[in-house]
Design a protein. Structure first.
Length: 318
């Protein structure tokens, strides 16, 4: 057996048992991947994959155990490379940050310039996606960290640490009836009042949308949601053209930048949310990753991060 066979098995699993996709991602041929896997199974004396004809359908019971061992071995090999890079090229390398549009647009601009000033030779890449996809990216080591509000804390194998908390804000045009509310009146806004107007808000996978739906449902109210979008900029655009009132994450509204709109905090209606950063358990972290995390949130010291990763590796966090 050899490392190439391990990589072929792991990538076949990651590509949902699609040998063509696995071969493409590994820059090799599909017949070559198939042949190597069969030879590996013959050497082990067990079938790793369930097949229907020539197509792979899933993992066998022994295949599940083999896949876990292969994942551990290949992860440690990757860790060896990172250890080598850490000492041979201490301030060089890459940092892939998985994030939602909200984090890329409103949070990371205050962090990345400072990080780049300190580590000019580190290549920083942003990989935007939905929270579930971001969790998968970190688990598959396609991203070093992921930043999002949903999903991360519920994903086995990830250590998810709090970065900041936030509330929702409604955004309206200055000529909207709600714009006449005083600060104290805004704090007494009700769901019934909001439901009188068409609503523009997030897609169901983003920025606390589930709590918006739950709040209305708990009060027996069916809001008229006329448009769902992936990010706050799009929501604000459609509010500005008169489509309805917007419900967005509070950090996405800035009175200086959004001069054509009025923002009213509505945390009392939809609760407080926590945005987290996630890392994969068992993966060696370069020093500059620790620095990035502490720049993201001063509370995320090396000791705090290491403790979270250690707790994630324990059986009750598996």
């Amino acid at each position: 057996m050899n490392l190439q066979q391990f990589r072929f098995v792991r990538e076949t699993i990651r590509r949902n048992f699609n040998l063509t996709e696995a071969a493409r991602s590994l820059y090799t041929s599909q017949p070559g991947v198939s042949k190597a896997i069969i030879e590996f199974e013959d050497e082990l004396g067990i079938k790793i994959f369930e097949r229907h004809g020539k197509r792979i359908k899933g993992l066998t019971k022994p295949g599940l155990a083999v896949a876990q061992v292969i994942e551990r071995i290949t992860r440690e090999i990757d860790n060896l490379k990172k250890v080598s890079d850490e000492f041979a090229h201490k301030d060089e390398g890459g940092l892939v940050i998985g994030c939602t549009h909200a984090q890329a647009r409103y949070v990371l601009p205050r962090v990345i310039p400072a990080f780049k000033a300190r580590f000019p030779k580190v290549r920083v890449s942003l990989a935007e996606g939905s929270p579930p996809n971001l969790a998968k990216m970190v688990l598959h080591e396609q991203a070093d960290v992921a930043i999002a509000t949903e999903t991360l804390a519920l994903t086995p194998g990830l250590a998810a640490l709090p970065v900041y908390s936030w509330d929702h804000t409604i955004v309206i045009r200055p000529d909207h009836p709600l714009a006449e509310l005083t600060s104290s009146e805004a704090r007494r806004l009700t769901l019934e009042q909001l439901a009188q107007y068409p609503i523009v808000t997030y897609d169901r996978a983003f920025s606390g949308r589930c709590t918006i739906d739950e709040a209305f449902a708990a009060n027996g109210i069916t809001p008229d949601i006329v448009l769902e979008a992936l990010d706050a900029d799009v929501i604000k655009t459609y509010v500005d053209v008169g489509l309805g009132i917007g419900i967005i994450a509070g950090m996405a509204f800035d009175p200086r930048r959004d001069k054509g709109l009025v923002g009213l905090p509505v945390g009392h209606l939809f609760g407080t949310h926590i945005t987290r950063v996630a890392l994969k358990s068992g993966v060696f972290l370069r020093d500059y990753v620790y620095v990035f995390l502490e720049m993201l949130a001063p509370s995320l010291t090396r000791d705090v991060v290491d403790d979270a990763l250690e707790r994630t590796q324990k059986p009750d966090h598996a």
